[in-house]
Design a protein around this ligand. Structure first.
Ligand SMILES: [Zn+2]
Length: 89
């Protein structure tokens, strides 16, 4: 899958309301991204380091740390931008 496809898929997850912010503070955020009816992937951001517990991210990050964003992580970032805008209002 191309990176652009992951961004599009992440955007789709976000616009279809599959992302929730479970916890947010400036240096620590936790997101839940819907996997199916009763399961979620967990995306976290700690001091600027992002992580997702899906197999795609775990595998690639292990081989080439920091080089890869899965669609869940993309989705979480869209949600975060949205949240930032709300904080500004
Ligand atoms: Zn993921």
């Amino acid at each position: 899958m191309k990176m652009a496809d992951r961004i599009k898929k992440g955007y789709k997850l976000y616009v279809e309301d599959n992302v929730i912010i479970e916890h947010y503070e400036d240096d620590h955020a936790i997101f839940k991204v819907k996997k199916d009816e009763n399961d979620y992937y967990t995306v976290s951001m700690i001091y600027g380091y992002w992580n997702c517990d899906c197999a795609d991210y775990q595998y690639r990050n292990q081989h080439n740390p920091g080089s890869f964003y899965c669609k869940h992580l993309q989705a979480a970032q869209f949600k975060l931008f949205d949240y930032m805008k709300e904080l500004d209002d």
